[in-house]
Each structure stands twice: as C-alpha cells, then as structure tokens.
Design a protein. Structure first.
Length: 179
C-alpha cells in the first residue's frame, strides 16, 4: 500500500523541502510504473511542493516589499526637502566623506513631540527644547567621530536659534522585537 504525506514546507529552500519535492516526484513515477492508483494525487503533491519551494520565497519578498513601501509612503522622510528643509523649525544635516553620504540627522526646534506638517512660528519656539531625530551613521565609518560631528552641528544649529536644551530619543530597532 502506498501512503501519501504532504507536510507544510518552510518558506526557505531547505534540504527537507528539496527532499519532499524529490519524494513526491519519485512517488508519482513509481505509481505510474507499477500501475497503482491514480497518478494525479502524487502529481498534485509534487506540483504543490514545487510551487511552495520555488514561488514561496517570491511571495514572502513581495509581501514584505509592499509593507515597506507603505511604511515609507507614510514617513516624513520620504520627502526631506518638503518635510524638513522648507520649515524654519527643522534642519536635515548630512555628513559627507569623499563625496559619499556617511551619516545624517535631523533637528526639530520647538515643543512639538514629533515633526508635524504645520510649520512652527517664532512664538512656538520660545523656551522650548530642540529634538534630534533619525541620527544614523554608515556602519563602515562608525567609531570615527562622524556621529560626534553631526551632534555638534545639531547643537550649533539649535544654539544659534536660542536653544539651550536638546533631546535625543534612541532605539535599537533590531532589538526592539526581542524580549
């Protein structure tokens, strides 16, 4: 008696999924050669396993890509010129090394918790704290003082506009999902 087994395949191309695809194809060939039962069930198993093996990673990538595009579309960083450079209460600072951007940060003046679409007036800026957003340094030049220089430039920007306090929120996004 021939028994058919179809388990859920992993979304990656592992040895077990390759083995399952091979076993399904071998079962289909054996059934056909020996004349046992219909060849349709093993062929369906082989086709399904092959589809998961080859198309699964593409579907996962496509889904993740759509989610990333949606996040970027909602982000204020998608259009730096409009959302940061055109406001009197914001600045976007870039570190350049030999013509390559190796770091960046953004400064927001005022009491607004997070950059909003509305520009901040001079009255809103009095007695507030400046905030630093999105400090990032290329991994190839970390520990070379680039971050310190960007932080210094952000401090100078705020001091020149009468601010004496700054706030920097930090997070390790890679570790934020870890408990």
């Amino acid at each position: 008696m021939v028994r058919y087994w179809s388990g859920a395949l992993a979304w990656r191309r592992s040895w077990s999924s390759r083995l399952l695809v091979g076993a399904c194809l071998a079962a289909a060939a054996m059934c056909r050669l020996l004349g046992h039962g219909s060849v349709l069930l093993p062929l369906c198993l082989a086709t399904t396993s092959g589809a998961v093996y080859f198309i699964g990673p593409l579907l996962v990538y496509s889904s993740l890509n759509r989610k990333m595009q949606a996040i970027i579309a909602k982000s204020e960083m998608r259009d730096i010129r409009t959302n940061w450079a055109s406001h009197n209460s914001r600045a976007f600072l870039v570190a350049d090394l030999a013509g390559q951007v190796v770091g960046a940060t953004a400064v927001h003046l005022g009491s607004v918790d997070y950059p909003s679409e509305a520009p901040v007036t001079e009255d809103d800026l009095q007695g507030s704290v400046a905030s630093i957003f999105r400090m990032t340094i290329d991994s190839s030049v970390r520990r070379a003082g680039i971050g310190s220089k960007l932080l210094g430039a952000a401090e100078e920007y705020a001091k020149a506009r009468g601010y004496q306090s700054m706030l920097l929120h930090t997070a390790n996004q890679a570790a934020s999902g870890c408990k």
